[in-house]
Design a protein around this ligand. Sequence first.
Ligand code: SF4
Ligand code: SF4
Length: 339
Amino acid sequence: MIRTKTVAFSKNSTNIFFHILTKCNLKCRHCYINPGQHGKNTLPLSVITAWLEAFARNSNSKNLIFLGGEPTLHPDLPAAVEYARTLGFGSITIDTNGYLFHDILSKIKPDEVDYFSFSLDGAIRETNDRIRGEGSFDTCIAGIRQANSMGFATSLIFTASSANIHEVDRLPPLIKGLGIDRFFIQIIGLRGRSAKGKQTRIRRQKLQVEKSQWLNTIPRVARRIAEFGITVTYPKVFLGPTENFECAGLVADNYFVFPNGRVYRCPLCEDFALHSLILKNNRLVPAEKLNERDLFQLNIAEGCVMNKLIQPDNLSYDGAGEPEYKIACCLLKEEIRND
Ligand code: SF4
Ligand code: SF4
């Protein structure tokens, strides 16, 4: 039976999104990495292990996700994974664009990582490659197949925007038989490269997805994919009139760690020096005020404060100037599974 649930925020489950470098072989048009804010350095293994230790308390309830840039460009990723295992993290995922550098699949064993998570932003080669770069569609699909054939569990991430929302009905046939266990749909956030004024044609087309487009397509397509036995997760985005707004920065436990030591609790703050924590001498300490924490407290009729500040085009107001709905925290997810 297909079941849909909203994944409630919890302080008892921690997610650590650890960007071990910002270097990447691709130049995706909507890349959220902002080297001016996140640094350009590749963390040495000694720093990676020290920072992992900083997060290791009660590690069995913590999900660790290695990201970049492209994390497989880091030659010490296998050693970082091995060390994280010894620290007892509850799960370990490697996010990748599919290029799988340094022959990574032969240097890590399937029981050392929970998932390799691939990214694809088009249901067809032409769309994906326009967004992510020539050859990236075929490379990603080949990478998924190779990882599966070697016994790794895999997942796939699709970032929906106005550049690809028209073809999401083509996702189920693409995904069927691919061998992935989990499928994540994200919605474009205007940060990093997609927030920059000099974005080209796609930017001018307005990257954000209309409310009606989102609600008419994403839940339906997610359900079709869940019917294959794949767990599908997508952001709630638009709250209904009876649904409560909560800011994950206050009620959940997420850490977005960057190579310059900045640690954010909110991904929408990452384009600004608003991080609430910083790794100093390998210890996690509070950052100076003002920071994102001060924003989390603000209670506005539109829901998420950062959404209103950086991407207000998804809001709509009635004749009296009242918002017609609230925008959910970008971290609030719907999950569909076939039990
Ligand atoms: S989105 Fe990911 S794969 Fe694309 S350029 Fe950015 S870091 Fe690289
Ligand atoms: S996205 Fe909005 S609601 Fe979510 S943590 Fe950030 S500021 Fe809070």
